[in-house]
Ligand binder design. Structure first.
Ligand SMILES: C[S@@+](CC[C@H](N)C(=O)[O-])C[C@H]1O[C@@H](n2cnc3c(N)ncnc32)[C@H](O)[C@@H]1O
Length: 379
């Protein structure tokens, strides 16, 4: 392989870098180029990663590079356990209750949910981690490990920060305002490719229309829509939930949101297998795709703050009176409130979006009905 590698669209490049068999190359960097001239400054790539080392997520535990809500606090797994109990109730307590975690990392969420459930429910749960990385050592034997969501399940399918790691193509408007595919090399240099046509153009018209300004970028979410629809389609009855940082049609980021993470820091998105490559998710488009699955009801989009509050997790401080009567309990409650506050902070995890898709059951997270006029709202 040469030091620079071939040009390809971002979807193909990210697929190789995150999940492929090998990554890159020699130390390079500098100005990016386009078929028409310079595009932008290319980020620096730092040199060879051996062939066959495996893509980023096949080698690296997500928790070694960034922090998700799963790692932030066990309260998150507790809230998912509460949700599973509500799904169980809505399903009429089936003899086997599926719990499928898509993009399961190292299985941390499943382990946490199983520990948080009452034993009488936990024993009916059939847990399955869906992951492209191999099963790590130490995952409890009862957790199945699979490359795809099992078909025909009854229960809860949960996907925390999965869809943002489903690779997608990037487009950019050229000087004439025409949308062109962005091609990239393994060192992060970019140039314009051909004009956007066909289903990509149709998706952009519907979900991410252009203003016509040169340099404006967009990310084509078709791969995420398809991945989500596929996951929803595996549920016979139950609830599918995707949690991610997202945007909707009325507020797409004009320069896109593709970025990288490595060792806890945000870095330039270079598809060389050394960093996470992630882009915010057009969850409104995913919602429309998932809602087309057989048996699917109306999808909901709500903030994580709202979802966790509906599940009984909020960051309110314990009453001061408790500090006087039971100081140890007060300190425990205070620590818990601090963790809940982090999970629900509007400018942090609380600002994430939950896409909730019921299949052949009413959603246990359906919004609390509005108060009839004349009745005071609950405080
Ligand atoms: C950001 S990590 C999130 C891990 C975990 N859910 C959490 O919240 O800590 C995304 C994970 O999704 C996995 N992944 C991406 N695409 C996948 C796919 N199509 N099927 C299964 N796992 C996938 C990646 O390998 C990676 O482990």
């Amino acid at each position: 392989m040469t030091g620079d590698g071939p040009w390809s669209g971002w979807r193909e490049a990210a697929e190789r870098a995150l999940y492929g068999d090998a990554a890159i190359t020699g130390a390079t960097g500098g100005a990016a180029e386009t078929a028409d001239g310079p595009l932008n400054e290319g980020p620096l790539s730092e040199g060879a990663l051996s062939e066959g080392a495996g893509g980023f997520f096949l080698r690296e535990a997500p928790a070694s590079h960034f922090r998700t809500a799963v790692h932030a606090s066990p309260l998150f797994a507790g809230a998912v356990a509460t949700l599973l109990l509500r799904v169980d109730e809505a399903l009429g307590h089936p003899p086997v209750l599926d719990l499928v975690d898509v993009g399961a990392g190292r299985g941390e969420l499943l382990t946490g949910v199983l520990a948080a459930l009452p034993p009488s429910v936990a024993e009916r749960v059939r847990p399955c981690a869906v992951e492209r990385a191999a099963r790590p050592a130490g995952v409890p034997g009862r957790i199945a490990w699979s490359g795809r969501p099992p078909a025909g399940t009854t229960g809860l399918l949960f996907a925390n920060e999965w869809l943002d790691n489903v690779p997608l193509d990037v487009v950019e408007s050229d000087d004439a305002g025409r949308r062109r595919h962005v091609l990239v090399r393994a060192d992060g240099r970019e140039r314009h490719g051909g004009p956007v046509t066909g289903e990509d153009a149709a998706w952009l018209r519907r979900w991410w229309p252009a203003s016509g300004a040169p340099g404006e970028r967009a990310e084509i979410g078709r791969t995420r829509d398809a991945a989500w629809a596929d996951a929803v389609g595996t549920l016979r009855r139950g609830l599918a939930v995707a949690v991610d940082y997202s945007h909707t049609r009325d507020a797409r980021p004009p320069l896109g949101s593709l970025t990288g993470y490595r060792d806890g820091r945000q870095v330039a998105p270079v598809p060389d297998g050394r960093c996470d490559l992630t882009a915010h998710v057009a969850l409104d488009a995913c919602a429309a795709a998932g809602a087309a699955a057989p048996g699917a009801g109306a999808p909901q989009l709500l903030t994580q703050r709202a979802a966790l509050r509906l599940l009984g997790t909020d960051g309110r401080r314990p009453p001061l009176e408790l500090a006087r009567t039971d100081p140890a309990a007060y300190l425990r409650a205070l620590a818990r409130a601090g963790e809940a506050a982090e999970l629900t902070a509007p400018d942090g995890f609380g600002g994430f979006t939950w896409l909730v898709q019921p299949v052949a059951v009413p959603s246990p997270l359906a919004a609390v009905p509005a108060q009839p006029p004349g009745r005071p709202a609950p405080s």
